[in-house]
Design a protein around this ligand. Structure first.
Ligand code: C5P
Length: 232
């Protein structure tokens, strides 16, 4: 898998999603399907988008006991998605179980990445609610190394952390980074943001872009701009 722009299809219905994807005509952007769309439409939406020729990152962030995650991953593996994820906080045993469940009888499997600390969690909430008193960067790097040791393929992290993750876990360990905004964009609720161009320079492997594309007056042009800045 090379560098790519993943479009976060955060839509509430199949109709809205397919109407959006139809705008791309011949092009087949890498698509992220999250909880909202999957819970609204069920697994058929994954099959339908896959059948249209898109790669899919199914962003469900699993976090449960290892046996339950293993069984759930076996189901997701059958959907033939390209990337799935878990929370690294589920522990090494859970991540290893996820990997086992995901691996098909022929040895193939989707890529598995781990969420480190959500970018919505700040230092104060981590200390107060999770009783973790280490600095955020230390926690994120520890979770990334744990994910790597468990055999995972990479992490979801802030683009600000991508370079450090590569130094600690190797250049082949994938960094999938949301929090992308064009230099001239409104940031919305994202705080630690970076442009597609800066994300390329810092070494992100995949950028996840939602509203700068989905809410643009010209989504295809916004997508092309991301590709131009990030890949070309
Ligand atoms: O619209 P925007 O570009 O902010 O969308 C970012 C996407 O990445 C959303 O689908 C959001 O759920 C996801 N995401 C994130 N921060 C994380 C993990 C995922 O923004 N730490």
């Amino acid at each position: 898998m090379g560098k790519d722009v993943i479009v976060a299809c955060d839509f509430p219905t199949r109709e809205a999603t397919l109407e959006f994807l139809d705008k791309f005509r011949g092009r087949k952007p890498f698509v992220k399907i999250g909880m909202e769309l999957l819970y609204a439409e069920g697994p058929q939406i994954v099959r339908d988008i896959k059948a249209r020729g898109h790669k899919i990152f199914l962003d469900l962030k699993l976090h449960d006991i290892p046996n339950t995650v293993k069984s759930a991953m076996a189901v997701l593996s059958g959907l033939d998605v390209d990337i799935v994820n878990v929370h690294a906080a589920g522990t090494t045993a859970m991540m290893q179980a996820a990997l086992e469940g995901l691996t098909r009888p022929d040895g193939t499997r989707p890529l598995l990445i781990a969420v480190t600390q959500l970018t919505s969690t700040d230092q104060e909430a981590m200390e107060r609610d999770l009783l973790i008193d280490k600095p955020m960067k230390t926690v994120v790097m520890h979770y990334a190394k744990t994910a790597k040791a468990a055999g995972l393929d990479g992490v979801v992290c802030s683009p600000m952390e991508a370079a450090a993750v590569h130094v600690a876990c190797g250049q082949d360990f994938l960094t999938v980074t949301p929090g992308i905004r064009f230099d001239d964009d409104y940031a919305g609720d994202q705080k630690r943001i970076m442009s597609p161009k800066s994300a390329r320079l810092i070494g992100s492997d995949y950028i996840v872009v939602g509203r700068p594309i989905t809410r643009s007056d010209d989504p295809v042009a916004a997508y092309e701009r991301c590709v131009d800045e990030f890949i070309d």
